[in-house]
Design a protein around this ligand. Structure first.
Ligand SMILES: Cc1cc2nc3c(=O)[nH]c(=O)nc-3n(C[C@H](O)[C@H](O)[C@H](O)COP(=O)(O)OP(=O)(O)OC[C@H]3O[C@@H](n4cnc5c(N)ncnc54)[C@H](O)[C@@H]3O)c2cc1C
Length: 449
């Protein structure tokens, strides 16, 4: 497999002008590396100090790793991560308990879990992954400005300008917004990338449980296990990180009364998360008490706003990628993959524009064109994820999944295989070969055999 430097030196490069990227999450870093490898002068703006954690299930699957291979980052990311090999799913098939306190001390319903193998994946904390990708971006020649919050202050047919609070705006040929779910990236009087679907649906939260705390509760995951607890109010995913800590990440639907009676709010979604875990029947009463104590006293939760959303993902010389463009739901752990893939595709398409291969109205048309094409190469997988996350909210569907998959886990194979197959990126190919394949067929999906 190729190193970053090798892949950077072997792909076709052109003068791609000045590109600004707002946000150094996985999408922003992957885009920055690809743009730099293609010959752009890239500046990456990140408002947080790294390393930083963020709400995430920390699982990166086969398609995401394949996309990282194309920019020479796959091998080192695999080295840092812990391999994941299968999902162990606990499905709530009886009516959920109404209060956590009722469950503690009682034996929750025990439904045997299902085990579903996956093709390839790793678990890695976002602090480590994002820091590593940022380091690779710097190696690829990207200029990084951090910590600094970037704001789009002006746009024209010729350029787009951002300010980082200095009062001296800087002009770029292209602005890539990779600012995630919570990024603010434009001044009030600058036109927004409007919402197609305003934020709604479940809210995300996550925390890390130390190896010692997990041992105390006797919550030990098998090697390669991604544990999932699915119920009506949402789902919780747990994975062991390379340092032995557990990453606990949940997406739960707000708007209902929480287990302890609170309405919408941080506390309510924490209690719903605890209820999902206890309802699965994995924990006996002593473990349940310890887990409840950890939730109340030790856990440091990070939360997100409502997750489901989609916006117009391009206009003029501004394009959005990753969570900034839209979000389905994280049940299957596809968010990072989609962000990385869109970072690579947007760089290759921009290269075509700069070569004059796709210029009905010149570069000023790029954003609108990206908006038409952006989601198309992931449509099938996005629909699949939305369908699955919708289905697991229904008790009969969970019952079917639980009983069907326990007897025949291969029933899930078309689904896991479909998610593992993303577009085929070639590390060494010409701009034409890689980008025209997307452009000609409106970014049709290239499913590897
Ligand atoms: C509960 C939950 C579990 C999940 N589990 C998984 C999983 O297991 N696997 C998976 O693949 N995905 C998972 N996801 C999804 C995944 O976390 C996201 O899809 C992914 O982080 C998106 O990456 P991004 O680069 O678009 O955004 P982010 O990673 O959010 O990065 C955005 C960056 O932009 C910066 N920023 C924002 N505004 C500005 C500004 N104005 N100037 C400068 N910097 C700015 C932020 O500081 C941040 O660093 C999960 C999500 C949730 C909520």
């Amino acid at each position: 497999m190729m190193s970053l430097a090798e892949s950077g030196s072997s792909i076709e490069t052109r003068d791609l002008g000045k590109v600004a990227i707002i946000g150094a999450g996985v999408a922003g870093c992957a885009a920055a590396i690809r743009f730099a490898q293609r010959g752009a002068k890239v500046t990456l703006f990140e408002r947080s100090v790294f390393p930083r954690e963020k709400v995430c299930g920390c699982c990166l699957g086969a398609a995401g790793l394949a996309a990282l291979d194309a920019i020479g980052a796959g091998e080192s990311v695999r080295d840092l991560g812990l391999p994941t090999k299968f999902f162990r799913g606990y499905f709530q098939v009886t009516k959920a308990s109404s209060a956590v306190t009722q469950m503690v001390g009682e034996k929750a319903s025990r439904v045997p879990p299902v085990r579903i193998p996956i093709r390839e994946g790793i678990a890695l904390s976002r602090a480590e992954l994002d820091q590593h990708l940022l380091t690779l971006a710097i190696e690829a020649g990207v200029e990084v400005r951090q910590p600094c919050e970037a704001t789009i202050v002006a746009e024209s047919d010729k350029s787009v300008s951002i300010d980082i609070g200095t009062g001296s705006p800087e002009a770029f040929d292209l602005m890539v917004v990779a600012a995630g779910l919570t990024g603010r990236f434009r001044q009030r009087d600058v036109a927004d990338l409007r919402w197609v679907e305003t934020p709604n649906g479940p809210m995300g939260l996550s925390a890390h449980m130390s190896r010692d705390d997990a041992n105390q509760i006797d919550w030990i995951l098998e090697s390669g296990e991604i544990q999932m607890h699915c119920g009506h109010d949402g789902y919780v995913g747990i994975v062991c990180l390379p340092n032995g800590n557990l990453d606990i990440a949940a997406a739960v639907h707000p708007g209902k009364k929480g287990a302890s009676g609170e309405g919408v709010g941080r506390m309510a979604i924490q209690m719903q998360t605890l209820a999902l875990l206890l309802d699965s029947g994995l924990f006996d009463s002593s473990q349940s008490r310890k887990l409840e104590h950890w939730f109340a006293e030790a856990a440091r939760w990070q939360t997100t706003p409502p997750l489901r959303r989609r916006r117009v993902s391009g206009r003029g010389r501004v394009v959005a990628i990753g969570d900034a463009a839209g979000y389905v739901e994280p049940l299957t752990g596809e968010g990072m993959t989609w962000g990385i893939e869109s970072g690579l595709v947007v760089a290759d398409l921009w290269a075509l524009y700069r070569l004059g291969q796709m210029t009905p109205n010149g570069e000023a048309d790029f954003g609108a064109n990206w908006d038409r094409r952006a989601v198309k190469f992931q449509t099938r997988r996005r629909h699949l994820c939305r369908w699955v996350t919708g289905m697991v909210r229904y008790r009969p569907a969970r019952w079917l999944a639980c009983h069907g998959l326990r007897r025949a886990h291969w029933l899930a194979t078309p689904f896991t295989r479909s998610l593992a197959n993303g577009p085929r990126f070639d590390a060494t190919s010409s701009i034409h070969r890689t980008a025209m394949s997307f452009a000609d067929a409106s970014l049709r999906t290239h499913v590897s055999s």
